[in-house]
Design a protein around this ligand. Structure first.
Ligand code: GTP
Length: 358
């Protein structure tokens, strides 16, 4: 089985973190996010993988090369223009050939049993199978309705409240698909199209689309909050990955934490970070080479690479600080909010919820 991993999106909801790297190359604990997916594919014996790229493909190529170091064969296709989620599969058509293919959205953390999904796809003779995950609020996702044979009867992208039936299970498209050659052949080549809006509704109407509901761990890392929570889930072992689980914090190489600093909760310190005397870092992600000043406080926030936090500064409540930004001594940043890549907050700068510092 071949796999196509969709990694071409711009990751706009994760700005400013995605200003300097594509979303799949943002670290999740100890490795680029998408490497967790490559680990999952390899674990299930899927070793012939295509990255369908768009935005900043070079970062992926540099890290994964031909895949040898990761025990897989890795190939790349690049959208000439954004092709959407279906167009990006069709763009890999020459590599897929006449084979069936597993398609993964590049921003999903899951420990799904891929072998079981493929087996169910075959057992039903499906044209396409969509993995489904239960959620409480389906409004940001594709809501899928099934009949008793798990055939998809309806596919509602981003449903509005009046489209929901009280008491029904909210099963959403989990961004993992098995496509038969017939399904791939339906996608028009050379133009943008959406698998959720164009391809699946048509296959569903013709009766060839099946759902695979799963209770496996699943998280879309598309937003700041979910990106932060994904770290906690990996560190606590709620998501089963190849990362060593220690129940708490993770420190990269060359980290320098002062004896009188306090790092706790599900916190990740990137390589070469420095946490100075009296600083407190809780439930946060601190990028490589960042420097947290004396007495500073960082709580449930994300600091990009090379961020400098001044003495006694306070950064709390899901603040997101872009790479190489500088927060001056004593500044108070209370999120949710963002400081752009390379941004500066001066000593008098007090930033309140939802402010973006230009
Ligand atoms: P936002 O801009 O924050 O919505 O993120 P995104 O650009 O990643 O979009 P979205 O989360 O809807 O995309 C789902 C998956 O498909 C992600 O893994 C994207 O990388 C990928 N993707 C989305 N659009 C394209 C595209 O036009 N081309 C390619 N190759 N991949 C895409």
């Amino acid at each position: 089985m071949k796999a196509v991993v969709l990694v071409g999106g711009q990751g706009t909801r994760l700005r400013p973190l995605t200003d300097t790297r594509p979303k799949p190359m943002m670290n999740l604990v100890d490795r680029p996010f998408v490497e967790h997916q490559i680990d999952l594919l390899a674990h299930h014996g899927v070793r012939d993988i295509v990255f369908s790229c768009g935005y900043r493909p070079d970062a992926l190529r540099e890290h994964f090369g031909d895949g040898t170091a990761h025990g897989v064969r890795m190939r790349y296709v690049v959208d000439p223009e954004p092709l959407g989620t279906a167009g990006a599969v069709a763009n890999a058509g020459d590599i897929i050939g006449a084979d069936e293919v597993l398609v993964l959205n590049g921003d999903i953390l899951t420990d799904l049993d891929l072998g079981a999904v493929i087996a169910a796809h075959h057992a039903r003779g499906a044209e396409a199978t969509i993995v489904l995950t239960p959620v409480e609020d389906p409004s940001a996702y594709g809501l899928v309705r099934l009949d008793a044979d798990q055939r998809v009867t309806e596919f509602l992208e981003k449903p509005t409240p009046d489209q929901l039936i009280p008491g029904e299970p909210f099963l959403i498209n989990a961004g993992t698909y098995v496509l038969s050659p017939a399904a791939v052949a339906r996608i028009p080549r050379g133009r943008a199209s959406s698998i959720e809006r164009e391809t699946f509704p048509v296959i569903a109407r013709e009766g060839g689309l099946y759902g695979y509901p799963s209770d496996a761990y699943w998280r879309d890392i598309g937003t700041h909050g979910s990106y932060l929570d994904a770290h906690a889930d990996v560190l606590a072992g709620r998501a089963r990955t190849q990362t060593a689980v220690n129940g708490g914090a993770h420190a990269g190489e060359g980290v320098d934490v002062h004896d009188e600093a306090d790092v706790h909760g599900h916190t990740v310190l990137g390589g070469g970070t420095r946490v100075r005397k009296g600083a407190r870092v809780t439930d946060s992600v601190v990028g490589a080479g960042a420097d947290v000043g004396e007495g500073a406080r960082v709580e449930r926030s994300i600091l990009g690479d090379g961020v400098r936090v001044g003495r006694d500064a306070s950064i709390t409540g899901l603040m997101v600080i872009g790479d190489d930004a500088v927060v001056a001594d004593g500044a108070r940043l209370e999120g949710p909010g963002t400081v752009p890549t390379g941004g500066r907050v001066d000593e008098t700068g007090r930033v309140w919820p939802n402010e973006e510092v230009a």
